[in-house]
Design a protein around this ligand. Structure first.
Ligand code: A3P
Length: 342
C-alpha cells in the first residue's frame, strides 16, 4: 500500500532524474515492466509508465538531436483524451492558408490525423528527415510527460520555449476509452486482449500502471505550466471543446498566432474547420474506415463515441468511486481539479 501511494503521489512527478534522458536506452532492461496494455510493453521511468519503444528510440533521439523551431506548435496529451481531434483541429487551423477547410482534397480528407501530425517520440528516429523537412510552422504531437520534454521545447532559461497545447479529459472516460481501445486495437497488432477486463484495467489505472500513467500527474504538470506560462502552454479540456468547439478553435488559433480575420469569420472558416474535424466526418472518411497507422493500429480504432460520461456504461458506481478517490487523494492541495469550470 505504501508503495502504491508513493506511485500515485502528485508531488513526486518532478523528482530529479538519475539518468540523462539521452542515455535511457541502456538502462531499460532494469526498469519495472508492465505488459498488460498491449500492444505496447511499458516501462516505468522518471515516475511514469511509458512505451518501451519510445524510451528505447524516441526519447533519446529527441533529447540528443531534435532541433525545435520557435514557430513549432506541440500538441500534448495523455492517450485517449482527444489527441486525434486536437491534431485535426490544430492542423486544419494552422495550415488553412495552404489547405482551406473547404477543399475537396484537404489532407484530412485522405489522411488520418495521426499521419498529418506526427508523434515526436514515436516518429522522430524513423521519420527524422521527413519531420525536419516539414515547412514552418510545424505542428507535432507528444504523449510524453512535461518533465520528459527536452528543455529546448519547454524553454531552458535562455530560450522561451515552443507553444504547447494540452488537452485533458476526465479520468473515468479516459480509462474506459483506453480499455476499449486496447481490446480493439491490440488484436490488429497480433496481440489478443479480449480477456482484459474493466476490473483489471481499473486496478492498473488506479496504480498509475498504464500508458503515460499516472494520468493525473501527466495532466497536473501541464496544467501547472499553463498557469505559470499561459502564453506558452494552452490547457484545454475535452469536455469544454465538445460544448463550444468554435470558441475553442478561435482560442487555439489566437494562441498559435494565427487568429481568424473578419473576412474569414464571414466566410465561415471556423465552422468549416469544426465540421471537417467532427467525429462523424472523420470517422466516415475512407482512410479512417479502412486504413492503418504506421504502428499497425487500425485508423477506425481512434474514433468511437466521443461523448462525456460513457464510463457509466462500463463501470459500476463502486468502481467509479474507487478511481475518483484515488484521483482526489493524489490531487489534494494542488489546486487542480478535473471538474470543468465552464
Ligand atoms: P471515446 O473512446 O470515449 O469515444 P485519442 O484521440 O486521444 O486517442 O482519444 C480518443 C477519444 O477521442 C475517443 O473517445 C474518440 O472517440 C474521441 N474522438 C476521436 N476523434 C474525435 C473527434 N473528431 N471529436 C470528438 N471526439 C473524438
Amino acid at each position: 500500500m505504501a508503495s502504491r501511494q508513493s506511485e500515485n503521489n502528485a508531488q513526486e512527478e518532478t523528482s530529479p532524474l538519475t539518468t540523462p534522458n539521452a542515455n535511457i536506452a541502456r538502462i531499460i532492461p532494469s526498469l519495472p515492466l508492465e505488459t498488460r496494455w498491449p500492444p505496447f510493453p511499458l516501462r516505468r521511468y522518471a515516475n511514469f509508465w511509458l512505451p518501451e519503444v519510445a524510451l528505447k528510440e524516441g526519447v533519446p533521439g529527441v533529447h540528443s538531436c531534435f532541433e525545435p523551431r520557435p514557430t513549432d506548435v506541440f500538441l500534448a496529451s495523455f492517450p485517449k483524451s482527444g489527441t486525434t481531434w486536437l491534431k485535426a483541429l490544430a492542423f486544419a487551423t494552422l495550415k488553412r492558408s495552404t489547405h482551406p477547410p473547404f477543399d475537396d482534397d484537404h489532407p484530412l480528407r485522405h489522411c488520418n490525423p495521426h499521419d498529418c501530425v506526427r508523434f515526436l517520440e514515436l516518429d522522430f528516429n524513423q521519420q527524422k528527415d521527413e519531420l525536419e523537412a516539414l515547412p514552418s510552422p510545424r505542428v507535432l504531437a507528444t504523449h510524453l510527460p512535461y518533465s520528459l520534454l527536452p528543455g529546448s521545447i519547454t524553454g531552458d532559461g535562455e530560450r522561451s520555449g515552443c507553444r504547447i497545447v494540452y488537452v485533458c479529459r476526465e479520468p473515468k472516460d479516459v480509462l474506459v476509452s483506453s480499455w476499449l481501445f486496447t481490446r480493439k486495437a491490440a488484436p490488429a497488432c497480433g496481440v489478443d486482449a479480449r480477456s482484459f477486463t474493466i476490473q483489471e484495467a481499473l486496478e492498473l489505472f488506479c496504480d498509475g500502471r498504464c500508458l503515460g500513467g499516472p494520468q493525473w500527474n501527466h495532466v497536473l504538470h501541464y496544467w501547472k505550466e499553463s498557469v505559470r506560462r499561459p502564453d506558452r502552454v494552452l490547457f484545454l479540456r475535452y469536455e469544454e471543446v465538445l460544448i463550444e468547439p468554435e470558441a475553442h478553435v478561435r482560442k487555439l488559433a489566437n494562441f498559435m498566432g494565427c487568429g481568424f480575420s473578419e473576412e474569414e469569420e464571414e466566410r465561415g472558416v471556423v465552422s468549416a474547420i469544426v465540421e471537417l474535424c467532427s467525429l462523424g466526418k472523420l470517422r466516415d472518411m475512407e482512410v479512417n474506415r479502412n486504413g492503418s497507422t504506421l504502428l499497425g493500429i487500425k485508423n477506425e480504432s481512434f474514433f468511437r463515441k466521443g461523448v462525456v460520461g460513457d464510463w457509466s456504461k462500463h463501470m459500476t458506481q463502486e468502481m467509479a468511486q474507487r478511481l475518483d478517490k484515488v484521483v482526489e487523494d493524489a490531487l489534494q492541495g494542488t489546486g487542480f481539479t478535473f471538474a470543468s469550470t465552464a
